[in-house]
Ligand binder design. Structure first.
Ligand SMILES: C[S@@+](CC[C@H](N)C(=O)[O-])C[C@H]1O[C@@H](n2cnc3c(N)ncnc32)[C@H](O)[C@@H]1O
Length: 305
């Protein structure tokens, strides 16, 4: 984890943002370049946000996704878009005899992953999910993807690559956000942040990161069935939340929204202040307290090959 404040944001001008300003769908390369820049400047921010939010049984979203991996020595697992490696670390700490691999496009995120996982504990590669060239056909038992499928466009080659590398009987499980109304107050947080972003880039939201079909359970299920016609497909919903000092809760909530990265610092600070009013708990007189709460809907797609 870098010690940089992940919400001390500057706006990233890029081919990807310029395309949106001009109401054009950016291509896959522009998206990758943009994501690499965001992760270069804010390395480790996903882990910082996601590891602090827990469901009612006490699991964070990494632990909930990790449940899919059987605790059997030698199970071969790929973490697709592993980022700074928190999911791989959870798996390694649970069973040191798993065969773990992680791939990501961000060299900075992979450096963090390498710092926490030795060469013996996981193989880490700088690779695009659309082209897993160093991974052999049918060589994996489980492929996981935590909070990254929504960023991938084109998505069809990603699903085709997952199908290629999975063994028969293998599983693909992906953690994505949503449905938007499954957690109390989440749509208000979304609308507030997107309100500020749209004031700067009106088309942001109509055009967003990744393939929009991943953001909706029905279209996600359809996509999965197209790529895995003979597989069993299941999508479960859960809610993770955090409660704590209002400044911390506000930063964490905003950190889940890539859209907030386009806000210049002064507007970002105004947005944070409005967001903190939204998330602050109220006392019996209706006054805002110094504590806040944020709840986030998550879904777990599981495909059994
Ligand atoms: C929201 S972060 C999630 C990181 C990690 N899975 C976690 O949850 O902590 C998204 C990650 O996806 C990676 N990524 C985005 N598009 C990718 C692609 N096409 N191929 C591989 N990695 C990608 C980014 O570099 C980033 O590390």
């Amino acid at each position: 984890m870098t010690n940089r404040d992940f919400n001390d944001l500057s706006n990233f001008s890029s081919i990807w943002t310029d395309s949106i300003v001009n109401n054009k769908q950016p291509d896959g390369e522009a998206l990758i370049t943009y994501l690499k820049t965001v992760h270069q400047h804010h390395t480790g921010f996903t882990e910082k946000c996601a590891s602090t939010c827990r469901d009612k049984t006490g699991l964070n979203s990494y632990e909930w996704l990790a449940e899919i991996v059987p605790d059997i020595d030698g199970t071969r697992v790929l973490d697709l878009a592993c980022g700074s490696g928190p999911l791989l670390k959870i798996l390694y700490d649970r069973n040191r005899n798993l065969k773990l691999t992680g791939v990501d496009i961000s060299p900075e995120e992979l450096s963090l992953a390498k710092a926490r996982l030795s060469d013996e504990s996981a193989n880490l590669f700088l690779l695009k999910a659309q082209d897993l060239k160093t991974i052999s056909d049918s060589s994996l038992d489980v492929v996981l993807c935590h909070w990254a499928l929504t960023l991938m466009d084109p998505i069809a080659p990603v699903l085709n690559e997952v199908r290629r590398v999975l063994s028969s009987g293998g599983k693909f499980a992906a953690l994505v956000d949503g449905p938007i109304n499954a957690a109390p107050g989440y749509s208000d947080v979304h609308d507030l942040i997107y309100g500020y972003v749209k004031a700067k880039i009106p088309n942001y939201g109509e055009i967003d990161l990744g393939d929009p079909r991943i953001r909706n359970s029905d279209s996600l299920s359809d996509l999965a069935s197209e790529a895995f016609p003979k597989a069993t497909i299941n999508i479960e919903t859960n809610v993770v939340s955090m409660e704590g000092p209002i400044a911390e809760v506000t930063k964490t909530a905003a950190g889940f929204f890539y859209a907030s990265f386009v806000l210049p610092p002064e507007i970002h600070n105004i947005m944070l202040s409005k967001l903190s009013n939204l998330l602050a708990l109220k006392n019996q007189k209706g006054e805002l307290e110094n504590q806040g709460r944020f709840a986030m809907p998550i879904s777990r797609l599981v495909i059994k090959n």
